[in-house]
Design a protein around this ligand. Structure first.
Ligand code: SAM
Length: 291
C-alpha cells in the first residue's frame, strides 16, 4: 500500500481545483439537474480515496444547499486530517461529535461521514450504498485493470472522477535525462499500490472502456496541471522530489543523473502534467409501460 502525505495533498489542492475540466464538470451538473431537479436537493455523494477531503471542497460549492457526503480512505491519519481541514474550511460547525459531523460553508450545509475502508476489498460494500454520485480524485491510477473491471461491474451510480494521471509530462527547459526519468517513473506508476499491478497512466482509458462496455455514457476531458516557477514553487519541488525518489526505486536511471535532473527540475521554468477527468452516467433503465 502506498501512503500520501497531508502536506503533498494540501499543496496540490488549489491547483487540482483550478485544473478540473469545465466541460466534464458541466456535463456532470447538467446530468444531475436533469435527474434531481435544478436545485440539486439532498444529494448523497461518496468520495473514494478522499485523502484530506480536497475533492469535497472542490465540488460541494457546485451542488445543492443540503448535501450528504461519505469520505472513504484506508488511511486513518488522512481521515482525521480531512476532519481538521473541513473544520478549517467551514464557516460554521453545526455538529462535531462521535456520531455526527455537520458543517456549513457559504450557503451549503454538509453532513459528512468518514469511512475507513480498504477499497481493494470493500469497494462492493461501498457501491452497494447506491449514492446519487460516486466521486474520486487522483485515485484510479493506483488500481489495477482487473480491479477496474470488477469495480465497473459493481457500479450502479454515476461516477465523476478527476485528475487521473495520464503519463504525459512536459518540462521547461528540457533536460537530457527527461526521457529516461519519465520512462522509469511510468514504470514505477505501474507497480503494485495495493490493488495488484497499477494501471497507472493507462487507468483512464481502461476505466472508460470498461464503463462503455457496461453501457455507461462517458464524457472525458483533460485536467492538466500547468505549473510555473515561482508561482508553484513548492508543488514543483515536491513533485520533482517524488518523481526522483520513484525513479531511484526502479534502479533504471543512475543516481547521479537523477540528482542532476532533480536539481534542474526544482529550478524549472515550469511543467505541464497530464490528467484526465471522466464523468460516466449509467444507462437509464427504461420505464415499464403501464398495462
Ligand atoms: C493521490 S491521493 C488523492 C487524495 C484525494 N482524493 C485528493 O485528491 O487530494 C490517493 C488517496 O487514495 C487513498 N487510497 C489508496 N489506496 C487505497 C485503498 N486501498 N483503499 C482506500 N483508500 C486508498 C490514499 O490513502 C490517498 O488518500
Amino acid at each position: 500500500m502506498s501512503s500520501f502525505s497531508a502536506e503533498w495533498l494540501s499543496v496540490r489542492e488549489p491547483v487540482d481545483h483550478a485544473s478540473c475540466n469545465n466541460m466534464v464538470k458541466r456535463t456532470l451538473l447538467d446530468y444531475l439537474k436533469a435527474i434531481h431537479g435544478k436545485t440539486l436537493p439532498n444529494l448523497s455523494v461518496i468520495d473514494l480515496g478522499c485523502g484530506t477531503g480536497s475533492n469535497l471542497r472542490g465540488l460541494a460549492p457546485f451542488l445543492g444547499r443540503q448535501q450528504s457526503w461519505t469520505l472513504v480512505d484506508y488511511d486513518p491519519l488522512l481521515l482525521s486530517a480531512a476532519r481538521e481541514a473541513l473544520l478549517d474550511w467551514a464557516d460554521e460547525v453545526i455538529v462535531d461529535d462521535d456520531q455526527n459531523f455537520e458543517i456549513k460553508q457559504s450557503d451549503h450545509t454538509l453532513n459528512i461521514k468518514f469511512l475507513q475502508a480498504d477499497l481493494m476489498k470493500s469497494y462492493a460494500d461501498v457501491l452497494d450504498k447506491k449514492p446519487d454520485l460516486i466521486t474520486a480524485a487522483a485515485f484510479f491510477d493506483l488500481v489495477s485493470v482487473e480491479w477496474l473491471r470488477q469495480f465497473a461491474q459493481a457500479l450502479k451510480s454515476p461516477l465523476y472522477t478527476v485528475l487521473t494521471y495520464n503519463g504525459i509530462e512536459k518540462w521547461l527547459p528540457s533536460h537530457a535525462a527527461d526521457e529516461a526519468v519519465l520512462k522509469a517513473f511510468i514504470e514505477h506508476q505501474q507497480t503494485d499500490k495495493g490493488f495488484g499491478s497499477a494501471a497507472g497512466p493507462h487507468a483512464a482509458q481502461a476505466l472508460i472502456s470498461v464503463l462503455q462496455s457496461r453501457s455507461f455514457t462517458v464524457s472525458q476531458g483533460l485536467s492538466n496541471w500547468a505549473l510555473s516557477n515561482p508561482d508553484h514553487q513548492t508543488l514543483i519541488r515536491l513533485l520533482a522530489q517524488g518523481i526522483a525518489q520513484a525513479v531511484v526505486e526502479t534502479g533504471q536511471v543512475v543516481q547521479g543523473d537523477v540528482n542532476e535532473w532533480l536539481a534542474a527540475r526544482v529550478r524549472a521554468e515550469g511543467c505541464e502534467i497530464g490528467h484526465i477527468d471522466i464523468f460516466a452516467a449509467p444507462a437509464l433503465v427504461p420505464a415499464v409501460a403501464p398495462n
